[in-house]
Write a protein that binds this ligand. Structure first.
Ligand code: ATP
Ligand code: MG
Length: 749
């Protein structure tokens, strides 16, 4: 939990220091008339967060004073949201309806003090009498009623003797108060409605201004935190508590700016309209800003917590850019999500010179040598690639498969296109390809150069999946209503193909489908026969490009550094580095934060970047491995330099070594200062296993050594070692000895 000190925490600390309150008690007081949204999340995080930070308590209170709109299903959704965000409300939740009798008694006290009266003006007259900001109001003649008459009427209102709107209970304050809220605010109104908890017991219900402050008081709340629109209600809040002469300390109301996000509607009323109008599939539609929607889409609670931490708590309303929220979820998943392969628009590729099948051990975190975990990927001569990854007539700068240009199948081999098969309509239906046997990822000894690696799945074992790709629900930055809905906010892909481990391993819930985005198994509709994945967020912010925003303020939040609970701001230079790292280079904010704040590390990183453009993998190794070495020694005492780190990462990028081997190489570099390429060669870490490469060498040796061949064939089996040795010598030790062994025996049979 963040300890960054906002203005509310400063107030809380001062109140504790001065002894005004012994214990911090806050509350989150939603009205259960809709599903909670991200604005509520902000309020939850503030209220529960402050209580946690100061060893206090936060109540979850249902402000259920409006029987016609409330429902238990909303209570459940609110509880679920609080829990999902990681907070705990203690033994039981509170309901304003639990206090209905107490509130009624307090109202009677006010009447007895002649500080409240039954007014019988119509709604329109009440409005008219209130006056305006420039014109003072006029008190109703009913304010002259005697205490006895008021008590009698109030009791009969409670019993249900009057029609709705016939009478109301009002505070007797000041009809010419500058603060309009203080012009005899309504305290109770008649409502003949069934309450989802209180049943039919009540025909009158308390108004917000009366119920809220007293509920806070009853619960011993110290800091009653609400949004700015309640600022003027604070006077009423204090008037009620003071007039009733309630024991001190009273709760105190503090206001902060509500969260507004562009491209988003955030009022429960408007969300309800979308749900009821069928524009979305329900309150948990993944396009909605509801907690249930985020949860279903695959957002993590951590990303919401980070988002709220980064936007901070302000005293003035403003608009937050939705790309900042998207940044936070992308940033969180970037750290956590295993990388797997899914082909959205499958195109068959038959690799004609590949025989048999094999299983490839593919790392889940290929960009981070510090992270373990891998899965098995079946491979055979029939695979699928994405239709977008092949072009017959490519434009300039197209780096994927073309008739002229080979491409790497990520974690596997390099292939080249031999033939394009088309259907009767001239559409490409299949590619016939060839692979380079010695180009296997992690031990590539071919000299084929490719410009990119693409995702693929093995044809027989791939699983069909349904993908739901979401875009923003509104196309307008400040949506007004249904006419601003983005008609393309949901795209369903029925026949994508995914590698089998994703469906069978259940290694994680959220994945990065390489080059496509982050995805989450739909928690409701996913079944083994119809696996459904929701797109959580893309890999990059595609909207900023579409829109070409003119503002040059970074859309990335600046991570705060904390030392002893104090927030240390970044210098301008550090901020510049931070936005370059997150926005331009795609690093996650934690890695970027570490680099930007540490000059030694960022200098080292910049040097590695000069040699190789592989920003993510380089940043990971610098922030993890290099930083660990720097805890022991100064930068000029390191056994290795930036250039060598780039060489090491380049070998991973070129798939010459696997990231597992790279880790061993790094350890050796750190110990001895040897060059990574040297280490690989000395240890024979790149092996030649392809018979097609080894056999010609064997044949050459056979031709050069006819005597030894004769002797071996005559029964001198010791000469086997000679032949193997010759092959190894010829390949600088890179040939795989086991395979050489088998091949030599076969040749000399
Ligand atoms: P809505 O307008 O969406 O119905 P509300 O304010 O009426 O919201 P409540 O259920 O009364 O919703 O709110 C519960 C708490 O959440 C209140 O303290 C309110 O101030 C807070 N809250 C609601 N919306 C936001 C928001 N956008 N940003 C921050 N806090 C919010
Ligand atoms: Mg409301």
């Amino acid at each position: 939990m963040s300890k960054s000190k906002d203005f509310l925490r400063t107030i809380v600390e001062n109140d504790l220091k001065s002894g005004k309150y012994k214990e911090i008690v806050t509350r989150f007081p939603p009205e259960p008339n809709g599903f909670p949204h991200i604005g509520h999340a902000k309020s939850i995080i503030i209220n529960f967060g402050i209580a946690n930070d100061y060893q206090g308590h936060c109540n979850l209170r249902m402000d259920d004073t409006n029987p016609t709109t409330e429902d238990t299903k909303y209570v459940e959704a609110l509880k679920d949201a609080v829990e999902w965000l990681g907070f705990n409300w203690g033994d039981s939740i509170c309901f304003t309806s639990n206090y209905f009798s107490k509130l009624y008694d307090y109202a009677i006290e006010l009447i007895k003090m002649d500080r409240a009266y039954i007014d019988s003006l119509s709604e329109d007259e009440i409005r008219e009498y209130r006056g305006s900001v420039t014109k003072s109001g006029k008190r109703s003649k009913y304010a002259e009623r005697s205490i006895e008459e008021n008590l009698d009427l109030f009791e009969r209102m409670k019993k249900g003797e009057f029609k709705e709107g016939e009478h109301v209970l009002r505070a007797k304050i000041d009809m010419s108060a500058a603060n309009m809220k203080m012009r005899d605010p309504l305290l109770y109104r008649i409502k003949h409605a069934h309450h989802f908890r209180a049943g039919d017991e009540w025909s009158i219900y308390p108004m917000y201004d009366f119920a809220h402050c007293l509920s806070d008081y009853i619960e011993g709340v110290s800091h009653s935190i609400c949004t700015l629109e309640f600022e003027n209600n604070r006077d009423v809040y204090n008037w009620v508590l003071d007039t009733l002469g309630l024991e001190l300390p009273h709760p105190h109301q503090h206001e902060f700016a509500r969260l507004n996000i562009n491209y988003t509607v955030m009022s429960k009323r408007k969300l309800l309209e979308l749900v009821q109008g069928g524009q979305v599939s329900g309150w948990d539609d993944p396009r909605l800003p509801t907690i249930a929607g985020y949860k279903r889409r695959g957002y993590t609670p951590e990303s919401i917590l980070n988002f709220c931490d980064q936007i901070g708590i302000a005293k003035a309303n403003s608009m937050v850019d939705i790309s900042q929220l998207e940044f936070c979820i992308r940033d969180d998943l970037n750290k956590k999500a295993p990388r797997v392969m899914c082909v959205l628009d499958p195109l068959k590729v038959t690799i004609e010179n590949y025989k048999g099948r094999e299983v490839i051990d593919a790392p889940y975190y290929p960009d981070d040598i510090a992270k373990d975990g891998s899965r098995e990927m079946p491979f055979s001569n029939e695979i699928y690639i994405d239709r977008n990854d092949f072009m017959e007539q490519p434009p300039k700068g197209y780096y994927r498969l073309t008739p002229q240009q080979p491409v790497r199948l990520k974690h596997a081999y390099i292939i080249k296109c031999k033939e394009i098969i088309k259907d009767a309509n001239g559409n490409i239906s299949e590619i016939k390809a060839e692979y380079y046997p010695e180009s296997k990822s992690g031990c590539d000894s071919s000299s084929i150069k490719v410009k990119s690696a693409i995702q693929w799945v093995e044809a027989k074992q791939a699983k069909p999946v349904e993908l739901r790709l979401y875009d923003r629900l509104f196309k307008d930055e400040a949506p007004e209503g249904l006419e601003d809905i983005n008609p393309n906010s949901l795209q369903i892909i029925k026949d994508a193909l995914i590698e089998p481990a994703v469906v069978s391993d259940k290694f994680d819930e959220r994945f990065q489908f390489e080059r496509e985005g982050y995805f989450y198994a739909d928690p409701i509709e996913y079944t083994d026969t119809n696996p459904v994945f929701n797109k959580i967020v893309g890999l990059k912010d595609s909207w900023n490009k579409k829109k070409k925003t003119t503002s040059n303020t970074p859309k990335c939040p600046i991570k705060k550094a904390q030392i002893d609970g104090e927030v240390i701001p970044m210098s301008t230079k550090q901020q510049g580095l931070f936005s370059r790292y997150t926005i331009d280079l795609g690093l996650n904010s934690e890695v970027a934060n570490t680099l930007a704040r540490d000059e030694t590390l960022s200098n080292f990183y910049e040097k590695t970047l000069k040699k190789l453009h592989s920003p993510v993998a380089l940043a990971n190794i610098v922030v993890n491995e290099v930083a660990r070495e720097l805890k022991q020694v100064q930068v000029d005492e390191l056994k290795f330099n930036a250039e060598q780190i780039s060489e090491l990462i380049k070998m991973i990028d070129d798939e010459i070594v696997s990231s597992k081997i790279a880790k061993q190489i790094f350890e050796q570099m750190a110990k001895t200062g040897e060059n990574p390429i040297q280490i690989v060669e000395d240890k024979g870490l790149i092996q030649i296993s392809d018979p097609a490469k080894i056999l010609p060498i064997i044949d050459e040796i056979i031709i050069k050594n006819p005597d030894n061949v004769a002797k071996f064939k005559a029964g001198n089996s010791k000469l086997l070692g000679f032949f193997i040795g010759q092959v190894l010598k010829n390949t600088n030790g890179k040939a795989n000895p086991k395979i050489v062994n088998t091949l030599v025996i076969e040749r000399l049979k």
